[in-house]
Design a binder for this molecule. Structure first.
Ligand SMILES: O=C(O)CCC(=O)C(=O)O
Length: 288
């Protein structure tokens, strides 16, 4: 058996058809502002529920491996995620807009993103994003001794939105891998995503055929990460930007009653710190 190739260190740019890695693309000043912004949000720890309405085979009611926050449109795990062409309706709840610092970085990526659109008719910059908070949960054992549990990983998956995916990395390096579903132990590409880097991937190979995952995140002290969730030590934040056709982004009041009922608890949680979600709730009182 061939020995697995060592992951790339992530210090050098990498451009291959369908994949771009841009180290240090995000400036120090932008990174500091992003960290302030990430620290101002109250991410939530969603669960998947058994037998979701889309009928996809999620087993059991499992918590995600990390707290998350969505901008542009919120895709709840319990509703199943947006995936063209079959899972389009009631997947995307209108959410808050991108802050100026994010939009500014995306705008600087316009040409790069356009090059990734070579095979697609969309040509759009992403309009939604998932903010992933990776770290350790600070649990204690029966004797009160600290037992940090490292949750900093993301299992292999594909993103179902059309067009390229753009990702920002802030914090400790993460081991990011692309794998073929038939050979998940042999990554086709493994790369440490460094602080302030950007990834763009697209097309039939990297986006549609291969799966991607995060298998670990290093420990370290710099940059200093904000405290965002009780009993959780944050080490890295990634933002993965996607494009959802605006016709598929709906207000809570436009969701069916069963879909509203499934997500209302989360929206109430978000509304404690977000005027946007407070307004969504006020516009959509529960049915008697
Ligand atoms: O954290 C990362 O770098 C990957 C994120 C990702 O794969 C996703 O949000 O779908």
């Amino acid at each position: 058996m061939e020995a697995a190739l060592a992951p790339l260190a992530g210090n050098e740019a990498l451009e291959v058809p369908g994949f771009s890695y841009l180290p240090r693309f995000i400036t120090e000043a932008e990174s500091a502002e992003l960290l302030r912004y990430f620290g101002s949000l109250k991410p939530i720890w969603e669960s998947r529920h058994a037998g979701d309405r889309a009928g996809r085979s999620e087993s059991g009611s499992r918590r995600l491996t990390r707290p998350v926050y969505w901008l542009g449109a919120w895709q709840f795990a319990c509703l199943g995620y947006y995936a063209a062409p079959d899972y389009l309706d009631e997947k995307c709840l209108r959410a808050e807009p991108f802050p100026a610092v994010m939009q500014g970085i995306l705008d600087r990526l316009t040409e790069k993103v356009a090059a990734h659109h070579a095979n697609s008719s969309l040509g759009a910059l992403p309009n939604t994003c998932l903010i992933n908070y990776y770290g350790s949960e600070l649990t204690v054992d029966a004797k009160g001794r600290p037992q940090p549990r490292d949750y900093a990983r993301l299992k292999m998956h594909r993103d179902g939105e059309p067009g390229p995916v753009v990702m920002f990395s802030i914090g400790q390096p993460a081991l990011f891998e692309f794998v073929d579903g038939d050979r998940p132990t042999e990554p086709e590409l493994a790369l440490w995503l460094k602080n302030r880097s950007v990834v763009i991937f697209s097309g039939p190979h990297f986006k549609d055929h291969l799966y991607h995952r995060v298998t670990r995140v290093r420990y370290g002290d710099a940059p200093v990460m904000p405290e965002v969730v009780d009993d959780f030590r944050l080490r890295r934040v990634s933002v993965s930007f996607r494009f959802v056709p605006p016709t598929h982004i709906k207000a809570l009041s436009e969701f069916s009653e069963p879909a509203q009922a499934e997500v209302r608890g989360y929206v109430e949680q978000l509304a404690t710190s977000s005027p946007h979600f407070r307004a969504e709730l006020e516009a959509t009182p529960p049915k008697e």
